[in-house]
Design a protein around this ligand. Structure first.
Ligand code: CMP
Length: 139
C-alpha cells in the first residue's frame, strides 16, 4: 500500500534564484495539498543528520555546505501516491536527465544544486517530515 504524504525542500539555489513562488505553484497545480510548511535554514549539524545516509559519498561535504548556505522552504505534501507522484513531478536528480516540464528541468542548475528534494519512500517521508516538523505544525 502506498502512502499519501511526502516531504520536500526548496533548496538554497532555488530560493536564491527567486523560484519559491513558481515551484509552489507547480506543486499545488499538480494536486498536492500543503499540510506543513516553513521557511528556515539548516545548521551544519542539521544537514549532516538529515543526509547521514550519504555520509560516505564523495559529495557529502559539498552537499552539507550547499544545503546550509542559505534559507530553504521545507514542507509536507499530501496526495494519493504522494512519494512516486512527487518524484515524477520533480524529475531526475541530474537536471540534464530530467524530463521536460519537471521542476528540476525548469529550475535546477546541476546534479548537486538541483532545486528541490523529494522523499524516496513512504518510510523516509515520515522520518524526514518528523525531522522538520512537530506534530502541532502539521495540519
Ligand atoms: P537529493 O536527491 O534531494 O538528496 C541527495 C542530494 O545529494 C541530491 O539531491 C543532490 O543535491 C546531492 N547529490 C547527489 N548526487 C550528487 C553528485 N554526484 N554530486 C553532488 N551532489 C550530489
Amino acid at each position: 500500500m502506498t502512502g499519501n504524504r511526502t516531504f520536500t525542500m526548496i533548496k538554497p539555489d532555488a530560493v536564491e534564484n527567486g523560484h519559491i513562488g513558481a515551484i509552489l505553484e507547480k506543486i499545488t497545480a499538480a494536486g498536492f495539498k500543503i499540510v506543513a510548511m516553513k521557511y528556515t535554514q539548516l545548521s551544519k549539524r542539521d544537514a549532516e543528520e538529515f543526509y547521514a545516509v550519504h555520509k560516505e559519498r564523495p559529495f557529502f561535504g559539498e552537499l552539507v555546505q550547499f544545503m546550509t548556505r542559505g534559507p530553504i522552504v521545507s514542507a509536507i505534501l499530501e496526495k494519493d501516491n504522494a512519494v512516486d507522484d512527487f518524484r515524477a513531478l520533480i524529475g531526475a536528480t541530474n537536471p540534464d536527465e530530467a524530463a521536460e516540464g519537471t521542476i528540476r528541468k525548469l529550475f535546477a542548475t546541476s546534479i548537486g544544486e538541483n532545486a528541490v528534494h523529494g522523499s524516496d519512500s513512504d518510510e523516509n517521508a515520515a522520518i524526514e517530515g518528523a525531522f522538520h516538523f512537530s506534530g502541532r505544525e502539521v495540519f
